[in-house]
Design a protein. Structure first.
Length: 534
């Protein structure tokens, strides 16, 4: 008899659970896909694929709610139809009738844990791979429909707009191209290209756009320059946010072993190293300029060698450029390194770092500079620039190795407040990432195991409030769920705050998170005690 009874209740539970899960999943999945649809202009086929990929994400939230709803509704109806009383009169205990609810609870808990640790990360990676595989069509479609494509490179704090008059998708060619680069909201440079052959490369972390451009005009702080042919390359962020929430268990372990495998941390470390490189170069130039025997500091590009002296050399602002004053410069050709080409003097100038397209090289800009060539001929003052200067080997060597070790151990003698602030922010990010890692693993476990207690609470409350409205028991059953969520959030915040303050490991916050299960267990015992007395 009890087996038949359990099948009867379980069938009703599963029917209600399935209907609630399907309904909520469809609604929430459609909502979650609206942003990618609007942001990337994906095709209808991609939209359908992404909806399917997002279903497991939605299920992690929907299944506990649906199970709670099914338990409260099914057992409430079971009690209100006097079927519960009939079973008791036949000698079947109340706890025995909860076996079906326990079965559903365990299934939902196991499914939730599997979804969070394995299924969701797998399908999120598939979703991103699906979009990345069509990044070319996404970019070209955006340019075709809107006239431009916008991408952001958070690792360098810069953005770019790519505009084109005409596109040839089949041959990956753009005509009449303008690339506007901005940093901290201000224009940084404008590149105007007659024709560009574009190629795309996707990795697990980033998308890269590279182009061989013909007839290039580039305008920036260094002035206007023309190139007959110029290779360009840019990096832009993943089409979906790099979120700890969607990391596989293996990825979480890898990040725990090496935090730089978490892209936001790695990107910010690169930003700190760019600032460090600028300040080390400025310090090296200043130190060399005090050498009475040879006050000139040497920089090289592919075709030029320059020796520079400046009365003042400091890193200015947030753009990591080096401001120079009272400049004297000797210019040589790499083909004839001992033969002086020109001698330049200028009251002001700058060494500007170009990370976006020129692989972190430097451009020297002399403003209103006077010059004398190797024959003694003096020219009119002009603005002059030397592009493609490489970071000197001694400084590059100091910055080689594990990034976090370099940031911690290498610094100029007079470190700027900006660099100090960046390093402090780096430590904050490391602590925050470590805390987020702990929180993510433990919150998945707490939420998964909490499903068992929530469903059992819902079934008991459904019986206790059988005389009320059909949704009354479900509404009251949501209180234990709210308690569990509150404990998870409190544990989350406490863990991160402790980690950021550097006053502990954050274990107290994790303990608080698990305490939510203990509170639910006590509440469940109280509910069942009342149920058995009724």
């Amino acid at each position: 008899m009890t087996i038949t009874l359990h099948k009867y209740i379980l069938k009703d539970l599963l029917k209600t659970f399935a209907l609630a899960t399907i309904g909520l999943t469809v609604v929430l999945s459609l909502g979650s896909i609206l942003q990618p649809l609007q942001a990337y202009g994906i095709s209808p086929a991609q939209a359908i694929a992404l909806i399917l990929y997002f279903v497991p994400v939605t299920l992690t939230f929907v299944m506990p709610v649906s199970a709670l709803f099914a338990a409260a509704l099914t057992y409430g109806r079971f009690a209100s139809d006097n079927e519960l009383d009939a079973c008791r009169a036949s000698g079947v205990s109340t706890l025995n009738m909860m076996f079906s609810a326990l079965t559903l609870a365990v299934v939902v808990a196991v499914a939730n844990l599997l979804l969070n640790f394995y299924v969701v990360p797998h399908y999120i990676h598939k979703a991103e791979a699906s979009v990345k595989s069509n990044v070319r069509s996404i970019v070209f479609r955006s340019i075709e429909k809107q006239g431009f494509y916008y991408f952001k490179d958070s690792s360098r704090g810069s953005n770019a707009f790519i505009l084109a008059d005409k596109i040839d998708i089949q041959n990956n060619t753009l005509w009449g191209v303008n690339i506007l680069q901005t940093k901290t909201g201000a224009p940084k440079s404008l590149i105007s290209v007659g024709q560009a052959n574009v190629d795309f490369e996707s990795t697990d972390s980033y998308n890269y756009i590279s182009a061989v451009a013909q007839d290039v005009f580039q305008a920036d702080r260094s002035g206007l320059v023309y190139s007959k042919r110029l290779p360009l390359k840019g990096k832009f962020d993943p089409l979906m946010m790099d979120n700890m929430r969607f990391k596989r268990l293996s990825e979480l372990k890898a990040i725990k072993d090496d935090v730089l495998k978490f892209n936001p941390v790695n990107d910010y470390a690169d930003r700190v190293l760019v600032r460090l490189r600028s300040e080390l170069l400025a310090e090296a130039i200043s130190k060399k300029n005090t050498d009475m025997n040879n006050p000139f500091y040497e920089l090289r590009s592919d075709d030029k060698i320059i020796q520079i002296q400046a009365a003042s050399c400091i890193v200015s602002g947030d753009d990591n450029n080096i401001s120079l004053a009272e400049i004297k410069m000797y210019e040589y050709n790499t083909q004839k390194p001992g033969v002086l080409v020109n001698t330049w003097t200028a009251s002001s100038g700058s060494l500007n770092i170009d990370e976006q397209w020129q692989q972190s090289q430097w451009t020297l800009l002399l403003e209103n500079a006077a010059w004398v060539d190797d024959k003694g001929i003096t020219g009119l003052p002009v603005s002059y620039n030397v592009r493609g200067l490489n970071t000197p080997a001694p400084i590059s060597g100091m910055l080689e190795g594990y990034k976090l070790d370099v940031i911690e151990n290498v610094s100029p003698q007079k470190e700027s407040e900006k660099l100090t602030g960046l390093k402090k922010r780096m430590q904050y990010m490391l602590a925050d990432t470590g805390a987020a890692l702990m929180v993510e693993v433990n919150s998945r476990l707490v939420l998964g195991l909490g499903c068992i207690l929530l469903v059992l609470c819902g079934s008991a409350l459904g019986i206790l409030f059988k005389g009320g409205h059909i949704l009354t028991s479900f509404g009251i059953s949501a209180v234990p769920a709210g308690i569990l969520i509150i404990f998870i959030m409190m544990g989350n915040n406490l863990t991160k705050n402790i980690a950021r303050s550097g006053e502990g490991s954050g274990d107290t916050g994790i303990l608080l998170m698990w305490s939510g299960l203990l509170v639910l267990l006590v509440l469940l015992a109280a509910i069942y005690r009342k149920l058995l007395r009724t």
